[in-house]
Design a protein around this ligand. Structure first.
Ligand SMILES: Cc1cc2nc3c(=O)[nH]c(=O)nc-3n(C[C@H](O)[C@H](O)[C@H](O)COP(=O)(O)O)c2cc1C
Length: 204
């Protein structure tokens, strides 16, 4: 089992600390995990060139997006972490995920996803809502926890014990769901044969 986590902060700070807290649970469960740090380098937004349809990767090179798609292909579950900026996820993680899902949705489909936020005070629910939409439009089961998946200064051992407990439970639920999917495959339950190809374009 491999869990791929994305740190949507430009820093290796509080968001990463929360992802690392989850990593300890994954290690205890015998799962492989990796954190992809988006870092502070400039990231392009999607330019709607649609070249990804034929290229099967994002046409904008030179940043982390295509690497993320490649890593996603061999992952069994995903955790996307973001700091809250003005009550929304970072522009950085939205630009990366817009392009990664538009160009490489099949690497993510039918695999469980979870989103976490790190913040100083307010805006976590709105941010979670945005992050969860990558999962809901991609046929991905959403993993939840025992409370809201947000953390306040998780790097400080004495702060926000509940937030750290919440993300640990989130990690346990991720492991449980991935194992359920693996057990289902062994019993012959594979992903559904869904219908695709019908598009209703309401504007031209
Ligand atoms: C540009 C900017 C906007 C922010 N907006 C909010 C906000 O709306 N609500 C909030 O609670 N914290 C806000 N913060 C604080 C960060 O969300 C918080 O410090 C977070 O834990 C940083 O995570 P990191 O260490 O992983 O970068 C903001 C920080 C920055 C830099």
């Amino acid at each position: 089992m491999k869990i791929l986590m994305v740190n949507g902060s430009p820093r290796k700070g509080e968001t990463r600390a929360a992802l690392e807290e989850m990593g300890k649970v994954f290690t205890d469960a015998g799962a492989d995990w990796e954190i992809v740090d988006l870092g502070a380098a400039p990231v392009n937004d999607c330019v709607a060139c649609r070249k990804c349809t034929e290229l099967k990767k994002c046409a904008i090179g030179g940043d982390i997006v295509n690497e993320l798609i490649e890593k996603a292909k061999s992952a069994d579950g995903f955790v996307f972490g973001t700091p809250v900026y003005y009550a929304h996820p970072t522009g950085r993680i939205l630009s990366v995920l817009d392009r990664a899902f538009y160009a490489g949705k099949y690497a993510f489909m039918h695999k469980p996803g979870a989103a976490i936020t790190s913040l100083r005070r307010a805006g976590s629910c709105a941010s979670m809502d945005v992050m969860n939409k990558y999962f809901t439009i991609s046929e991905m089961p959403i993993v939840s926890s025992s409370y809201w998946n947000d953390v306040f200064r998780p790097s400080e051992a004495e702060s926000d014990a509940e937030g750290r407990q919440t993300v640990r439970n989130l990690a346990r639920n991720m492991v449980w769901l991935v194992r359920c999917i693996e057990a289902g495959k062994e019993k012959g339950i594979s992903v559904p044969a869904n219908e695709y190809g019908t598009w209703s374009n309401f504007n031209k």
